[in-house]
Design a protein around this ligand. Structure first.
Ligand code: PEP
Ligand code: MN
Length: 337
């Protein structure tokens, strides 16, 4: 339930209502907005009788939210959330960002070389997996803590913030020491213990859509992180499973404007995992930006044919540079209004 206050309601009105909501056994979360304050009512498991609340001073109306998410919804928070990743602002109409880097950190030379190249081409952040969620256990599983240390060196040399995946709630402390943005992969979108732990830290989280997750499930997963107090969440569409096998997944670009309607959180797009095919990455990255994505996440490798994971979808350096030039022209055009 959401209690919307009049624009001239006082702080005392808000405090009084918050007290009454607590007395009813629920949690009140005041959400100040540019026009008016709203008070989110959390912890109820069904319809709450609003008759008492509607009579209180300062109350304009009560909205009953039946969705499984509240804190991530625009009803609760009309203004865009801007996520700050080590100084890089994502969302809220800020310049659309590009995250580039290999699927996995493989060696010091590979990650530093890639970091310097993507930085020179204009990328805003460096990606690279140290903990890799591979389909089978007999493939490269990532360099784990050693990979995080190599990312730290690459970040220092390039000046780029680090985006890296977190797979287990037990490793949140460790990964948060190194990462500027902690990625929850598609396979862990509903790892609820992990989401809860990430809600307790004060670092931003990139939550990827599960490959079979509905938009409602996606937003409900983000709600777990916000419910623990961390509102620095960026959503990421990375393709979903459909009957189509010509591409690795099916990029569901319509979720970009849809999520902008439903939620205040920024949304990025990963055309690499969505398509699985190098030649499709740049066209779909540009399409995502036109659709209004707050950024794109793209795999790049110095020698994709030798990559230990996801080589076929990784851009070569020249292909990444060309994509960045085209994105530069496109985003200049999109920002001229
Ligand atoms: C990745 O970013 O390397 C990755 C494993 O992505 P996803 O979780 O979207 O498959
Ligand atoms: Mn990958």
């Amino acid at each position: 339930m959401l209690i919307v206050m009049n624009h001239n309601a006082t702080q005392a009105d808000v405090d009084a209502i918050s007290r009454i909501v607590s007395d009813m056994g629920f949690r009140a979360e005041p959400i100040p907005g540019s026009e008016r304050t709203a008070i989110g009512v959390l912890g109820n498991h069904g319809y709450v009788d609003d008759s008492k609340i509607l009579e209180l001073p300062g109350v304009q109306r009560v909205i009953h939210v039946s969705k499984p998410y509240k804190l991530v919804s625009r009803d609760f928070h009309p203004d865009d959330t801007i996520v700050d990743v080590a100084g890089v602002k994502v969302g809220g109409g800020n310049r659309q960002v590009v995250v580039g880097g290999p699927c996995a950190v493989e060696s010091l030379e590979q990650i530093v070389k890639t970091a310097l190249f993507v930085k020179k081409s204009g990328a805003d952040m460096l990606r690279g997996g140290a903990f890799k969620p591979r389909t089978g256990p007999h493939t490269f599983q990532g360099l784990r803590e050693e990979g995080l240390k190599l990312l730290a060196i690459a970040s220092k040399e390039s000046g780029l913030p680090i985006v890296t995946e977190i797979m287990s709630p037990d490793n949140v402390g460790l990964v948060a020491e190194y990462a500027d943005l902690l990625q929850v992969g598609a396979r862990n979108m509903q790892n609820f213990d992990l989401l809860r732990e990430l809600g307790k830290i004060r670092k931003p989280v990139l939550l990827k859509r599960g490959m079979s997750a509905t938009v409602e499930e996606f937003l409900a997963a983000a709600e777990y992180i916000l419910a623990e107090g961390n509102d620095q969440v960026i959503l990421c569409e990375r393709g979903i499973r459909t009957f189509e096998t010509a591409t690795r997944n099916t990029l569901d670009l319509s979720v970009v404007p849809l999520i902008k309607e439903l939620s205040h959180l920024p949304i990025m797009v990963d055309p690499s995992h969505a398509t699985g095919k190098r030649s499709l990455v740049s066209p779909m990255a540009k399409a995502a930006l036109v659709a209004g994505a707050d950024g794109v996440l793209v795999e790049v490798h110095p020698e994709p044919e030798k990559a230990l994971s996801d080589g076929p979808q990784s851009l070569t350096f020249p292909a990444f540079e060309q994509m960045m030039n085209e994105i530069g022209l496109l985003t200049d055009f999109l920002r001229k209004d």
